[in-house]
Design a protein around this ligand. Structure first.
Ligand SMILES: [Zn+2]
Length: 170
């Protein structure tokens, strides 16, 4: 299960719509409990595929390092990657499968004629033959952390550390 706040879902969809007709991409930062994951921040990336930006995206080693560093600074980890599918459904392409790694959550946002549509999350099987859809829950009030609704309101950047502070107090 992947938990995602409304606000972060909107940020992915907005990035996807703004990039249309090109693909957008970025890193999904959060925490992984083993049985469920929560998205706590996003790290938008520049799609560096100049040859085919409409239907390809690439994550360079530099992007990877930058995403990891940003995640660590916030006490988070890179739990996945998001990208958009302009005028295509929110399911992974063969290109996506060839370039994906197991374990990560791949969030795909479909954009049809400029308008954000479905958003789905996928996990590559360990043998890399195919993706399984990952259940995703978009929560209205922020993040559910182990069944506890985040008390934080709106968009403030220290929410992740506030969450961790709460977790320590328990
Ligand atoms: Zn794709």
């Amino acid at each position: 299960m992947l938990y995602l706040s409304d606000e972060l879902a909107v940020r992915i969809r907005t990035h996807a719509a703004e990039s249309y007709p090109h693909e957008c991409c970025g890193a999904v930062l959060g925490s992984d409990s083993g049985s469920w994951r929560e998205v706590l921040d996003l790290f938008p990336l520049v799609n560096r595929r100049d040859d085919s930006p409409r239907n390809r995206f690439v994550i360079t080693p530099e992007d990877f390092r930058a995403a990891e560093q940003t995640a660590r600074k916030g006490g988070l980890e890179v739990i996945g990657w998001y990208h958009s599918h302009p005028d295509h459904p929110a399911r992974p392409s063969e290109y996506d499968r060839e370039h994906a790694w197991p374990w990560y959550s791949y969030v795909i946002a479909s954009v049809m004629q400029h308008l954000p549509k479905d958003m789905k999350s996928w996990r590559l099987k360990d043998d890399r033959t195919e993706f399984d859809e990952e259940e995703m829950e978009i929560t209205p009030f922020g993040t559910i952390n182990g069944g506890r609704v985040n008390a934080g309101e709106g968009d403030h950047p220290d929410r992740a550390s506030a969450l961790r502070g709460q977790a320590r107090k328990r």
